[in-house]
Write a protein that binds this ligand. Structure first.
Ligand SMILES: [Mg+2]
Length: 260
C-alpha cells in the first residue's frame, strides 16, 4: 500500500469510530494495520465495553478482514484485572456484572463470593441482569468497608436497537446510598487501560502512538500518560469541536489511512 516507514514503534487503536463503525471497517483500516504489521510494528486494540471478552472483538476484527487474536485486544475488564492482581492479590471479589464477566474473572483465577462478610472488594460493571439483591449485597459489603472499584464509567452502552444505562448508574446508586466514592475506574480515560495496552505492546510510551476518535477519552488519556496522540475525524469528533477543545492531539488524521 505504501513505501514509507511507520514513525512509531508501536500503535494503540480505539475501535468504534476509529477502526470500524458498527459492522463496517472504516476506509484504509485494513491496509493500515497490514502496513504496520509488515513493518513489524505491534498493534493493540482498545475497547471500553465490558460486555464481551477480548476474544469477541478479535473475532469481529478477523471477520471484517483484520486478522486479530485475543492477545491483541485490551478491554476495561482486563485493565481492572491487571490492577487487582498487582495491588490486591488474593482478595475476594463481589462483581456486579453479567455471567460472562463473572466467568472471565473466575477463569483468570480471581476468588468470587456473594457472602456479605467475605467480600473484600466490590466491582461495579455493566449488568443487564441487575437486581435489587445484587445492589443490596454490594451496599452491605461497602458499609462494612469493602473496596469499591469499577470496570468503566460510561453513561450509556450502545447495544442492538439503541443505548441502555451502563456502569455509571450502578456506581451512582452505590455512591449515593453508602456515601462512599468509587476508588478506581479502569476504563477510558483512566491511564490504567492505556498502561495495560502499553504492557501488551511491549514498547516504551515515548515510542508509541494512541489513535482514537474521542478527545475526552482516547486523546486525553494519551496526553495524561505522556504518549503522542492522533485524533481521527471518522468518529464523534469534528474539526469544529477540536477547535473548541483544550485537549489537543499531536496529530489530526482524516482517517487511520493517514497514520504516521
Ligand atoms: Mg471510539
Amino acid at each position: 500500500m505504501r513505501d514509507r516507514t511507520p514513525c512509531y514503534e508501536g500503535y494503540i487503536y480505539d475501535l468504534d469510530g476509529t477502526i470500524y463503525l458498527g459492522e463496517r471497517l472504516l476506509p484504509g483500516a485494513q491496509e493500515t494495520i497490514a502496513w504496520l504489521r509488515s513493518h513489524r510494528r505491534p498493534v493493540v486494540f482498545l475497547s471500553n465495553k465490558p460486555l464481551e471478552p477480548g476474544s469477541a472483538y478479535a473475532a469481529k476484527l478477523t471477520r471484517l478482514g483484520i486478522p486479530t487474536t485475543a492477545q491483541d485486544v485490551v478491554n476495561s475488564t482486563q485493565a481492572l484485572m491487571a490492577y487487582l492482581r498487582a495491588t490486591h492479590p488474593g482478595k475476594r471479589l463481589y462483581v456486579i456484572g453479567e455471567p460472562a464477566l463473572l466467568n472471565e474473572f473466575a477463569a483468570e483465577g480471581f476468588g468470587l463470593t456473594s457472602a456479605q462478610d467475605e467480600i473484600d472488594i466490590v466491582v461495579a460493571a455493566f449488568d443487564r441482569t441487575l437486581t435489587y439483591d445484587k445492589l443490596n449485597t454490594a451496599y452491605q459489603a461497602l458499609m462494612r468497608g469493602a473496596g469499591f472499584v469499577a470496570t468503566n464509567s460510561d453513561r450509556s452502552c450502545p447495544v442492538e436497537g439503541g443505548a441502555i444505562p451502563d456502569c455509571a448508574g450502578v456506581i451512582a446508586f452505590l455512591e449515593a446510598t453508602t456515601g462512599r466514592a468509587c476508588e478506581l475506574i479502569a476504563g477510558k480515560p483512566s491511564p490504567l487501560i492505556l498502561s495495560a495496552a502499553l504492557g501488551r505492546l511491549g514498547v516504551a510510551k515515548e515510542r508509541a502512538l494512541m489513535v482514537g476518535d474521542r478527545l475526552a477519552t482516547d486523546i486525553r488519556m494519551g496526553c495524561d500518560l505522556g504518549l503522542d496522540t492522533a485524533l481521527v475525524l471518522t468518529g464523534v469528533t469534528t474539526s469544529d469541536t477540536l477547535l473548541d477543545s483544550d485537549i489537543q492531539p499531536t496529530h489530526v488524521l482524516e482517517s487511520v489511512a493517514d497514520t504516521p
